[in-house]
Ligand binder design. Structure first.
Ligand SMILES: [Mg+2]
Length: 226
C-alpha cells in the first residue's frame, strides 16, 4: 500500500524546459534590439551552446554570449538579457492545473507528499514558493542540501527516512528515465514516468532488471491508481 508519493519538480510538476526556452528567446530578442550583432536565431543557438557547455545554473551565460558575438562585454546588452529572461520566466511561472489538482487530491487522501529535486537549494525553493505549492509538500529534498543527487539511491533513502516511510510504501514520479526512474528503481521504489515515453532500449533495461515502471499520460491519471 502506497503511503508516500515523491515527485521530481522540473519538467514533472512544472514545464521548466519549455518556459526556459521561451524566456531565453525573449532575452536574446531584447539583446539583439539593444545591440547584439546577430539575428535572433543565431543568438539563441549560440546561447544554447553556452548553456549546454556551462550548465543551466551558471550565472554568466549572457556575458559570454555578448563577448562571443560582439567581441566585448557590453553591460547594457547583458542586463537587457538578464532582465528580460527573469521577467519572462516569472510571468510564466504558473503551475499546470493538473499538478495543483493532484497535489490537492493526494493531501486530501492522507498521502505523504515529498519532492526530490536535483538543483540548487535556493533556486528550487524559489520555484516552489513562486508556484505557491510548497505548503503541499511534507518534505523537500534538494541535491545541493542532501549532498548527493539523483540517480544515486542515497537521495531517495534520505527522502524516505525524513518522511518515515519505506521503499515498499513509496512511489516516485518523474520525467527523466536515468535520473528519476532508474534511481528510484535502484532504491527499491516503484516509479512512474511522465512527459516522456519509454524507448525500446529503456524497456529492455527495465525487463532485464525486473523493474516495473508505469507510463503516465497525465498526473490526473494518478487519481485512478491512488
Ligand atoms: Mg525533471
Amino acid at each position: 500500500m502506497i503511503k508516500a508519493v515523491f515527485f521530481d519538480m522540473d519538467d514533472t510538476l512544472y514545464d521548466t524546459s519549455g518556459f526556459a526556452a521561451i524566456a531565453r528567446r525573449a532575452a536574446v530578442k531584447s539583446m539583439v534590439h539593444n545591440g547584439l550583432k546577430c539575428t535572433e536565431d543565431e543568438g539563441y543557438d549560440c546561447l544554447m551552446e553556452i548553456v549546454k557547455e556551462k550548465g543551466s545554473n551558471y550565472d554568466k551565460h549572457f556575458n559570454i554570449l555578448t563577448k562571443e558575438i560582439n567581441g566585448d562585454e557590453d553591460p547594457l546588452i547583458i542586463v537587457n538579457g538578464i532582465i528580460t529572461y527573469h521577467n519572462t520566466k516569472f510571468a510564466m511561472l504558473k503551475l499546470e492545473p493538473e499538478s495543483f489538482s493532484i497535489l490537492l487530491y493526494l493531501k486530501s487522501k492522507g498521502y505523504k507528499v515529498g519532492l526530490i529535486t536535483n538543483g540548487k537549494e535556493n533556486k528550487q525553493w524559489e520555484k516552489l514558493v513562486r508556484l505557491g505549492v510548497y505548503p503541499f509538500f511534507d518534505d523537500v529534498v534538494t541535491s545541493e542540501a542532501a549532498g548527493v543527487e539523483k540517480p544515486d539511491p542515497e537521495i531517495f533513502k534520505i527522502a524516505m527516512d525524513r518522511l518515515n516511510v519505506t521503499a515498499g510504501t513509496s512511489l516516485m514520479i518523474g520525467n527523466n528515465f536515468e535520473v528519476d526512474i532508474l534511481g528510484a528503481c535502484k532504491a527499491g521504489i516503484q516509479s512512474m514516468i511522465i512527459n516522456s515515453k519509454l524507448t525500446p532500449e529503456q524497456k529492455k533495461i527495465l525487463d532485464e532488471s525486473n523493474y516495473s515502471v508505469t507510463e503516465l499520460n497525465s498526473l490526473i491519471d494518478l487519481m485512478k491508481i491512488l
